[in-house]
Design a binder for this molecule. Structure first.
Ligand code: LMR
Length: 332
């Protein structure tokens, strides 16, 4: 049987904690399926190259049948050469007491360089998923730095927040997590994000008919999801890694697979859908059609409370854009 050509995937921060949890899942076929060969371009900064060598040795030692090649590099032009996917995982992670926005100045410059290298070396069809925080604004910075790559090919990750929110609701309702569907996380990947429980279904019923305690939903559920990243840092002494890697796998699978019913939360460039300000990378309900094109799902009813929550999160993104673009000399 003729084999598909490999999908080439660049991963930045490849020797970091998320990278370590992610690479083996890509190489084993969990991201692109059991019949799809993959080639990995592992990108690290110079001080991480020894550790990266060890990671590459471990990939060898797994003897993954689907893994055709592993490139190890700190050179962005080599790392992004001809890639189909660029998973921008690497960034300085936040420590306890910091918010993701505190990383704007530290990480913004990195995403200018990566965006330019993607623009010049990746396939024009490359799809870019930004995980390094603050991921929405970093994604916008990379997108602006890659003018030859269509804007629709840039994404940032809120699937981790969607997964977190689904589990919280499932545990509260006492149902298996797959019973929780149609849960969109709106806005920024920050504590202001809004996991929209009003439109969520639990076992095909309105979530608010199953969990009738609206005070819990507003004042416990929403902040628990928004602050989950900080709670992991407090508990583990390091930011989420395995669950973040899992959400990267979910995000890429979602973008590669026609969506059956419902939608998923992905941050994309807003064109003003649902009154979000155009020109920011914000989390919206996304559906992928049979030929692989994504679109924002229309017709979701948002009440005044939901609208106010989403506006606050998008206002934060406007402010992040203002600060980051000012520091980096980028124009809107
Ligand atoms: C998370 O949500 O766990 C990550 O974005 C890491 C962080 O800083 O919260």
């Amino acid at each position: 049987m003729k084999k598909n050509p490999p999908i080439r995937v660049a991963v930045t921060g490849a020797a970091g904690n998320i990278g370590y949890a992610l690479l083996f899942r890509i190489a084993s076929g969990q991201m692109f399926g059991p019949d799809q060969p993959v080639a990995l371009n592992l990108i690290e900064i110079e001080p991480g190259m020894d550790a990266l060598k060890g990671v590459a040795m471990e990939l060898d030692d797994c003897a993954f049948p689907l893994l055709t090649e592993v490139v190890q590099t700190s050179d962005l032009s080599e790392g992004f050469k001809d890639v189909d996917w660029a998973l921008l995982v690497g960034s300085v992670p936040r420590k306890q007491g910091m918010e993701r926005a505190d990383l704007l100045g530290i990480n913004g410059k990195v995403f200018v360089g990566q965006g330019k290298a993607i623009n010049d070396h990746a396939k024009k069809s490359v799809r870019v998923v930004v995980v390094g925080n603050p991921c929405n604004t970093n994604c916008l910075i990379a997108m602006k730095s890659a003018p030859d790559i269509p804007d629709e090919q840039f994404f940032a990750m809120t699937r981790l927040d969607e997964n977190r929110a689904k589990t919280q609701l499932a545990q509260k309702a006492g149902v298996p997590v797959q019973e929780v569907t149609e849960l969109c996380v709106w806005g920024n990947h920050s504590p202001t994000m809004f996991p929209d429980f009003y439109n969520t279904k639990i076992s095909r019923q309105k979530a608010t008919d199953v969990i009738t305690d609206e005070d819990w939903l507003k004042n416990t559920f929403v902040p628990t999801v928004g602050k989950r990243g900080a709670a992991i840092i407090a508990a583990r002494g390091a930011s989420s890694a395995a669950s973040a890697a899992n959400a990267v796998v979910d995000t890429v699978c979602d973008l590669n697979t026609p969506t059956r019913g419902g939608f998923h939360s992905v941050c994309v460039l807003s064109k003003g859908e649902y009154d979000t300000p155009a020109g920011i990378i914000t989390s919206l309900p996304i559906k992928v059609d049979a030929v692989g094109n994504w679109r924002v799902v229309e017709g979701i009813q948002l009440n005044d409370y939901a609208k106010a929550q989403i506006k606050a999160s998008n206002d934060e993104l406007l402010e992040e854009r203002k600060v980051a673009f000012g520091q980096l000399g980028l124009s809107v």
